[in-house]
Design a protein around this ligand. Structure first.
Ligand code: TH1
Length: 817
């Protein structure tokens, strides 16, 4: 927090620009000014970064290693400035230097999009909260050359473009070649005996790859703490294979080099879905082995007995993606430190903890044994032994029951089941919202829950208010500070104090004006990026999240279609003006999701160009939805669409970001929506749809008949049939373009059952909820009051609360502040 005075700051920024770009600030581009500020700020935080780690060492602090394939950090500059306490100062300095304004300079920074969606963004929020609360922590991940693809919409279709986020360098990171480690793939394992006749294993003929760490600072909120996100880059062990080089085969000599780098080339753009690609397993082992080797080495520098590892180290597995950590830690303990199996297993199962983020079957990671064992032969041997012993444990508890074994065995059907390995190897298994954890205990993982109930616990997700309120909605944040002080920035439940203002007309008018201003800011963004003019007095109705059938963007667009059809039927009638925003990336190989994007865009085109509805309805597809434009959307939203099929969305976190910014939720009783509604009160949300119990019951009894609902509901029938009658088909397009969507809902497609996600079952109650929302919006004061109460009651959903729970109940960490 040791900021410089403004004059020194100016000199520092000018100096950075000068010696990095050989330019005076007057001649520097916005990008160069952006970099100049970053490097000046880096200089300010570097001492605290060093000191924080010194402190952890002198205190010999227990440390959590948050192992995650994804960290969806977004932009760093604005956030670092806020947390360092220099935002306003730097903004002033930039203007005084006549170098533009900070808001636009921040736009020079590409998002660090090393994640798909909620899971990756959760990891980023956790990093912010850990630093702010002063907990000793490392984030461990992969430095992908290309993050989440950039989405372009062409003729209504999604097009994936490479995300060249490192093109202009990454100012805040520091490369640490001195901490590089070796990672071994392939080869074979030989058993040998030492002079005492003891057997040990030697790994031979493997391929080595070098893991090189890059550190990024995670600045705590004005507390002097700077933690580290360590992301690993892959390099060839030797830059040339000299043998083949000598033989004159230059290309062959380079090949090895390209192989190594390919490991970190790109983030797999699948959310809630696994594809079983070998390279993905390579990525997993690569960053897990590098992180574990480093953590154990670090521990051994200060302790002489490896047996105390669990007192100082905890590995949190962010979903099953880093689960190979369980076997890798066993390998390190046994092969590198000579620990016996029983002892090694005790240590491992005291160090590892697993978070489950989904019950979607297609997301469950399984690796074919042949693939796993050829890539990681020694680790596989260990998995086999873990499996053998775990099977004994299951049989001792349940008896020799084949059904149970088929559901619990780590090795089954020729595959390694990663969630089962994670549960066996962890002392804690947590879900991410209360309902989700209950479903894990009573349905998905009920066998495991019976075996080891003490492992199971809930940690409801949260979000950081520093990014999603203070940075994303500065006007609201400043206004709140004026009302109740700045305490909410590190203690979100203080928002409760605002409740008293709900009856103060003047204050409520101010609150409404802030929302109006944020709508104007978003309108400008949409005008610039979509060329669409939106009505800033209309209800801003948003569904922004990955495109997935279970998230039911389809239900939302069916509502839009229904509303459009009503407007056409009642030309004289006045409707609540609405702007429906969609933002969503689809996995590149997920054809049906891509078709839904096309449908949304075609509906948008038809609706937006139909003069007869007099601009009462607009539909906008926000291209390239990502953390930076999400901040604008949350701040401007009136209605938050959280409409997943009950039981399918483990938690959701966008729902919390909307609430914090004063949007009202229209949602199902799914994931964290349940707890949001509990906090804000049912009367301050629009709840609809089947309950998770009802959905699960339908899934079990197979009684659901989508076609009957269709036949009995003329409004729904009309909306659905518009997909196949040409209404949304443009000139030159195939008349049957959307046939597949129609088919999937009514009859099922590709051997799937009809309407797997109960879109038709929830259609009517969704229409009702939307009608209620429209009526309320026509009463601006009442709407505003409810929106405001959402802000007041958002306190629970800070990731600070979540991290306090992890730290005290799972990690047992001590804060250094
Ligand atoms: C998401 C969940 O879908 C969401 O409900 C939850 O809020 C979020 O995680 C954070 O807990 C998931 N994202 C992924 C991504 C992959 C695999 C599984 C999940 S679950 C790649």
């Amino acid at each position: 927090m040791e900021t410089m005075d403004k004059e020194t700051l100016k000199e520092e920024i000018k100096k950075q620009i000068k010696y990095r770009f050989r330019k005076n600030i007057e001649d520097a581009s916005k990008q160069e000014v952006y970099q100049g500020i970053c490097y000046a700020l880096k200089e300010m935080i570097i001492d605290e970064w060093i000191d924080t780690h010194k402190k952890y060492e002198t205190l010999d602090s227990k440390m959590v290693y948050y192992l995650s394939m994804e960290f969806l950090m977004g932009r760093a500059l604005g956030n670092n400035l806020i947390n360092f306490g220099a935002y306003k100062e730097v903004a002033e300095v930039i203007e005084e230097l006549d170098a533009g304004d900070l808001y636009h300079i921040e736009e020079e920074e590409p998002d660090a999009a090393l994640g798909n969606g909620g899971l990756g963004r959760l990891a980023a929020c956790f990093m912010d909260s850990l630093a702010t609360l002063g907990y000793p922590a490392y984030g461990c991940g992969i430095r992908y050359r290309y993050g989440m693809f950039r989405q372009e919409i062409e003729n209504g279709y999604q097009k994936e473009m490479p995300d060249e986020w490192l093109k202009n360098g990454n100012p805040f990171e520091i490369e640490r070649p001195e901490y590089a480690v070796e990672i071994k793939f392939g080869g074979h394992v030989d058993a040998e005996y030492n002079e005492n006749g003891k057997m040990y294993f030697v790994h031979r003929d493997y391929e080595s790859i070098q893991a090189v760490p890059f550190d990024m600072p995670i600045v705590g909120y004005q507390n002097g703490v700077v933690n580290t996100l360590r992301v690993w880059d892959a390099r060839p062990m030797h830059s040339f294979d000299l043998d083949s080089f000598d033989r004159g085969n230059y290309a062959k000599a380079r090949e090895n080099k390209n192989n190594a780098r390919s490991i970190v080339e790109v983030l797999y753009p699948n959310d809630n879905h696994e594809t079983g690609k070998q390279l993905r397993l390579k990525q997993q082992y690569f960053f897990v082995s590098a992180s574990l080797q480093t953590a154990v080495k670090k521990y051994m520098q200060r302790h002489d007995n490896i047996c105390g590892l669990a007192d100082k180290v905890c590995f949190q597995l962010n979903d099953t993606h880093p689960t190979v950590a369980v076997a890798e830690l066993m390998r390190i303990l046994m092969d590198e430190y000579g620990v016996e199996w029983e002892q090694a297993w005790k240590i491992t199962t005291k160090c590892c903890a697993y978070t489950n983020h989904t019950i979607m079957a297609e997301a469950l990671e399984k690796w074919p044994i042949a693939l796993f064992s050829s890539l990681l032969p020694r680790v596989y041997q260990i998995v086999e032994e873990i499996h053998r012993r775990f099977t004994e444990e299951i049989k001792a508890f349940f008896g020799d029951d084949q059904d149970i074994l088929s559901r619990m065995s780590i090795l089954y059907d020729g595959q390694v089941h990663m969630a089962r390995l994670a549960i066996a190897g962890s002392f804690s298994v947590n879900g991410v919202a209360r309902l989700h954890t209950e479903i894990l205990k009573n349905q998905e993982l009920s066998d495991f829950y019976k075996l080891t109930p003490e492992k199971f616990n809930n940690k409801t997700n949260g979000i950081t208010q520093r990014r999603f309120l203070v940075h994303g909605n500065p006007e609201l944040s400043d206004w709140i500070t004026k009302q109740i002080g700045a305490g909410f920035i590190t203690n979100l439940p203080e928002l409760e104090k605002l409740t008293a203002l709900a009856d103060d007309k003047k204050k409520m008018k101010e609150f409404a004006e802030i929302k109006a201003n944020n709508k104007k800011r978003l309108a400008a963004y949409i005008q610039e990026h979509n060329g669409i003019e939106i009505n800033v007095n209309s209800m801003i109705d948003c569904q922004v999240k990955r495109l997935h059938e279970y998230k039911r963007q389809m239900l939302n667009i069916l509502y839009v279609i229904t509303l459009y059809q009503e407007m056409k039927e009642n030309p004289g009638k006045k409707y609540c003006p609405r702007t429906v925003l969609f933002g969503a990336k689809s996995a590149p190989g997920y054809e049906r999701a891509k078709l839904i994007i096309k449908l949304i865009n075609n509906v948008a085109d038809t609706v937006n160009n139909d003069k007869s509805i007099k601009n009462q309805l607009k539909v906008v597809f926000i291209e390239d939805y990502k953390v930076s434009n999400a901040e604008l959307i949350f701040a401007a939203a009136d209605l938050s669409e959280q409409i997943s099929t009950a039981s399918k969305e483990a938690s959701g976190t966008g729902n919390m970001k909307f609430m914090l910014n004063g949007a009202i939720t229209i949602g199902t009783m799914d994931g964290a929506n349940v707890e949001i509604v509990e906090e804000v009160g049912r009367e301050n949300a629009f709840v609809f749809g089947l309950s998770s119990d009802q959905v699960i019951e339908y899934e079990h009894n197979g009684q659901y008949k989508a076609i009957e609902i269709y036949n009995e509901n003329p409004k729904l029938k009309k909306a659905l049939d518009s997909l196949v009658d040409g209404t949304f088909i443009k000139e030159g397009e195939d008349k049957n373009l959307f046939q597949g969507l129609h088919q999937a809902l009514l009859y099922g497609q590709h051997s799937n059952i009809a309407d797997r996600y109960f879109v038709l079952a929830d259609y009517d109650s969704y229409m009702d909820a939307q009608k209620q929302a429209e009526e309320l919006y026509m009463n601006p004061e009442e709407w505003n009051r409810k929106a405001f109460l959402n802000v007041c009651h958002a306190g629970k959903f800070s990731s600070d609360r979540t991290i306090e729970e992890y730290a005290s109940e799972i990690w047992r960490l001590k804060s250094i502040i």
